[in-house]
Design a protein around this ligand. Structure first.
Ligand code: GLU
Length: 335
C-alpha cells in the first residue's frame, strides 16, 4: 500500500525551504493570530535538551502483553470547558493551554508550512482535537514544543510537555516509561531508496548504510533485518534525506507514512518492498496522569465515531489514485 498526503505536495525545489522552515518551528507562532502565548512552537532550552538525553535509553525485551491496550475512557466524558476538579485536565484548563510535544520536520505529521509559518500535519491536527475537547471550540489553546524523537519520553517523564504526539510507536519497552493512548494511526516500516539504485527491498541493502532517526523503533528494526544493513542514526529523520541525496547512505527506513512525506520532497526517490514491522502510533502521557490518558481515549473515540478522524486522515494521508481512508484503529483497553 502506498499512501500519499493530499494537497500538500512538496516539490524538490522547495526541499531547502521546508527544511529551513522546520528550523523556524522553534520560533514561529502557530495556530492562532489572537495570542502568541498559548500557541508558540518553542524548542526545549539546549541545556534541558542535553540533560534529557543523558542516561535515558530504555532496556529492550520487556513484555507487557498487548502493547496496544490502553485505559478505558471515562463515561460520561466531561464537557469541554468543564474539566472535573482534581483531574489533570483541570490543571491544564486552569493553566490556560495544553503543552504538546511534536516533531516539526516530519511531513505530513508535523511540519511548518512555509507560506503561513503555521505548524500543521496529522499529529498537529490530533493535538488540536485534544485541546478543543478540553477548552471548547474557539481560540486554540495549545503551546507546541518542538522535540526530537530522542526527547519524546524524557520530556513527558519530566513534565515538560503534557503529551507527545510525535509519530510515536507504542511498544512494551516504552510503556515501562510512559502511558500511551489507544492507537490513533497504524503504520509499518518500509524502506526508501533512490529510483535509479536498483534496490527493491530492505534485504537488498545488506551491508549498506540505511538511515533513521536515533532512539526510534526504526533504527532498531534496521539492525534486525537479515542479512543486515548498517544502521545510520541521525537526530531527525529529515537529516536522512540529505544523507541520501549526498550519497552518504543508500536507504532510509522508517514508518511508511513518514517515507511518503520524503518521496513528496524528492521525486527521485521511491518506497520499495513490503512493510516489515507494525508501528501503531500512540500519544505518550506521564504515568502520573492516567485520568488524562483515559480522557484522550474518549476524545479519540468521539472523533473516530463522528468522522473527524477520517477527515484528518483524508486531508494528510491520502491523495488521488491511492487507497481510500481506512477504518480508524479499533480501540483496545485493559483496565
Ligand atoms: N514510529 C517510530 C518511533 O516511534 C519512528 C518515528 C520517526 O522516525 O519519527 O520510533
Amino acid at each position: 500500500m502506498t499512501i500519499r498526503p493530499a494537497g500538500r505536495r512538496i516539490t524538490r525545489a522547495t526541499v531547502v525551504t521546508v527544511v529551513g522552515a522546520a528550523i523556524l518551528a522553534a520560533t514561529v507562532a502557530c495556530g492562532t493570530t489572537h495570542s502568541r502565548l498559548p500557541t508558540e512552537a518553542e524548542p526545549l532550552p539546549p541545556a534541558t535538551a542535553a540533560a534529557l538525553l543523558a542516561g535515558t535509553a530504555t532496556a529492550p525485551g520487556q513484555d507487557c502483553g498487548n502493547p496496544r491496550a490502553s485505559l478505558v475512557p471515562p463515561d460520561p466524558m466531561p464537557a469541554p470547558g468543564d474539566m472535573p476538579a482534581g483531574s489533570f485536565m483541570r490543571t491544564i484548563q486552569d493553566r490556560g493551554y495544553l503543552v504538546v510535544g511534536v516533531i516539526p520536520d516530519v511531513p505530513p505529521f508535523g511540519i511548518v508550512n512555509p507560506q503561513t509559518n503555521q505548524l500543521e500535519g496529522f499529529d498537529v491536527d490530533m493535538a488540536k482535537e485534544m485541546a478543543t475537547a478540553i477548552f471548547g471550540p474557539g481560540n486554540l489553546k495549545i503551546r507546541f514544543r518542538a522535540i526530537t524523537n530522542a526527547e519524546r519520553i524524557p520530556a513527558v517523564q519530566r513534565g515538560l510537555i503534557d503529551i507527545a504526539i510525535a509519530t510515536m510507536t507504542i511498544t512494551c519497552d516504552r510503556r515501562r516509561d510512559v502511558d500511551f493512548s489507544a492507537v490513533y494511526y497504524d503504520s509499518g516500516q518500509r524502506v526508501l531508496v533512490r529510483r535509479d539504485s536498483g534496490f527493491r527491498r530492505i534485504e537488498d541493502l545488506a551491508g549498506k548504510k540505511v538511515c533513521a532517526a536515533a532512539r526510534t523503533t526504526s533504527i532498531q528494526a534496521i539492525a534486525t533485518v537479515s542479512p543486515a544493513p548498517i544502521p545510520y542514526p541521525v537526530t531527525n529523520v529529515a537529516d536522512c534525506l540529505v544523507a541520501l541525496q549526498q550519497g552518504t547512505v543508500d536507504g532510509i527506513s522508517t514508518d511508511d507514512g513518514i517515507l511518503t512525506g520524503i518521496v513528496d520532497q524528492d521525486p527521485y526517490t521511491m518506497i520499495v518492498g513490503p512493510r516489515f514491522t507494525n508501528e501503531p502510533h500512540g500519544m505518550a502521557v506521564n504515568k502520573d496522569h492516567p485520568d488524562f490518558t483515559r480522557f484522550l481515549n474518549g476524545v479519540l473515540e468521539t472523533i473516530e465515531k463522528n468522522g473527524r478522524w477520517a477527515e484528518i486522515y483524508r486531508h494528510w494521508l491520502t491523495g488521488p489514485g491511492t487507497e481510500p481512508v481506512p477504518a480508524p484503529p479499533v480501540p483496545e483497553y485493559q483496565g
